[in-house]
Design a protein around this ligand. Structure first.
Ligand code: ZN
Length: 420
């Protein structure tokens, strides 16, 4: 699906730590492949590489069309490493110390902010790295404990959701549910019962939009409204800890992270593996402590979880929530208050970033918007930095007397927007 390409592109992370992840992945793959080849025969097909590639496959759910098709990126070895190699965190996270003050101006001031200690603990344990201006992105956890986190998105099929939760619960497990705001009402009783049984509910936006191309008010509304609806269903003001935008990562949309921080969130919830992209056998074969599995509530998801959950249990694994996985407290609650409107996005300092072909980011969208205004881009655009956008950037760079390399660094940004 188009969305698969979107996610792979979005994850073409340029950071050093991800490079380390790639190298580590290659080493791990080489070792595994070596072992397999040694055990079997070199001429036999290698079952490991496809399985690892599958494990890295992204969420198959976005509907946003990519208007600039390019060749598929060469898979995501860095993400394939997710179950094996966890690069060290190089930079400390900024604890969301401003949260309490920010919320004091908003409607939900009574909800406690995450402690700096908890935020730091989380930041120290997630990968790939934590960058100033961004909250942690949670791909899993490196741990020796036999725990995994099952996450369930969207919740389009309430009956299947009910069955899935029942299965997990019957094996003493818990899970984290990411309902779309629009589905909260119809899943209300199920969600409330799940929460009362120790399951966790987190934010998947109100209507599953991509977030990168909405204005500030819509961004706030998408995040705040879903949380407000869950609060209403649960009968308490419920402080969410994790946001998972459609497609998950969204890491370089700093604006989203700024709003999450403002609203007291700990981090952005990604995943280690998309369940139904692999067979149950393959998932078990590559099972590792700290994995986060992504599921939805389709019949296929239900069928696989019916197989997987008992096998996880047999293998000695405990199914935990994201809070439990990261050692965070349960979502804070307070007496229910009337919700009026989303607090506006507070000012934040934009971190400079260089935009490269292959990126799929809000900042690319802004560049495309500006290039269109200036007449350099006439094609449709959607935040994906493809060949057409690269040419438009080069044309603009020439006209501005810059090196026409098609890479949108700080100089190009400044020439476009008059700021960094
Ligand atoms: Zn979704």
């Amino acid at each position: 699906m188009a969305n698969n390409r979107y996610h792979r592109r979005q994850r073409r992370n340029r950071s050093f730590v991800m490079l380390c992840g790639v190298l580590a992945a290659l080493i791990v793959c080489c070792v595994i492949v070596g072992v397999v080849v040694h055990k079997k025969h070199a001429s036999q097909p290698d079952p490991v590489a496809p399985a690892l590639a599958q494990a890295a496959s992204p969420e198959p759910e976005a509907t946003q069309e990519i208007v600039e098709p390019t060749a598929e990126p060469e898979a995501a070895p860095a993400l394939a490493a997710a179950t094996e190699a966890v690069p060290a965190v190089e930079e400390p996270a900024l604890a969301p110390e401003a949260t309490r003050e920010a919320r004091a101006d908003g409607a939900d001031a009574m909800v406690a902010a995450p402690s700096a200690e908890n935020a730091q603990k989380l930041a120290n344990e997630v990968r790939p790295d934590v960058v100033e201006g961004f909250l942690p992105v949670c791909y899993g956890l490196k741990t020796d404990q036999k725990v995994v986190a099952i996450t369930i998105d969207d919740c389009n099929q309430p009956e299947n959701l009910k069955q899935i939760l029942k299965i997990i619960n019957s094996y003493g497990g818990k899970a984290t549910i990411f309902p779309i705001g629009q589905n909260v009402e119809k899943c209300g009783e199920i969600l409330k019962a799940a929460w009362e049984s120790g399951f966790e509910i987190e934010n998947h936006t109100w209507d599953h939009c991509g977030l990168y191309n909405v204005d500030d008010d819509m961004l706030a509304k998408e995040i705040w409204s879903q949380n407000a609806k869950v609060s209403q269903i649960l009968g308490v003001d419920y402080q969410m800890h994790f946001l998972r935008p459609r497609g998950g990562d969204n890491r370089y949309d700093q604006r989203t992270h700024a709003y999450m921080r403002q609203m007291g969130y700990y981090g952005l919830a990604y995943w280690t593996q998309v369940g139904i992209h692999s067979s149950t056998d393959s998932l078990m074969q590559h099972l590792a402590p700290g994995n986060i599995f992504l599921y939805h509530t389709t019949d296929e998801d239900l069928a696989q979880l019916s197989e997987l959950v008992p096998r996880l249990h047999e293998a000695g694994y405990t199914m935990v929530t994201l809070n439990e996985l990261y050692g965070l407290p349960a979502n804070e609650t307070a007496p229910l208050t009337e919700k009026t409107q989303a607090p506006v996005l507070a000012p934040y300092t934009r971190m400079e970033q260089t935009l490269n072909p292959g990126d799929y980011l809000r900042d690319v969208y802004l560049v495309q918007e500006e290039l269109t205004k200036r007449g350099f881009l006439t094609a449709e655009y959607n935040g994906y930095y493809g060949k057409v956008t690269k040419q438009a950037v080069m044309d603009f760079q020439k006209s501005a007397g810059l090196t026409a390399d098609g890479i949108c660094g700080p100089d190009t940004w400044k020439a476009l927007f008059g700021e960094n």
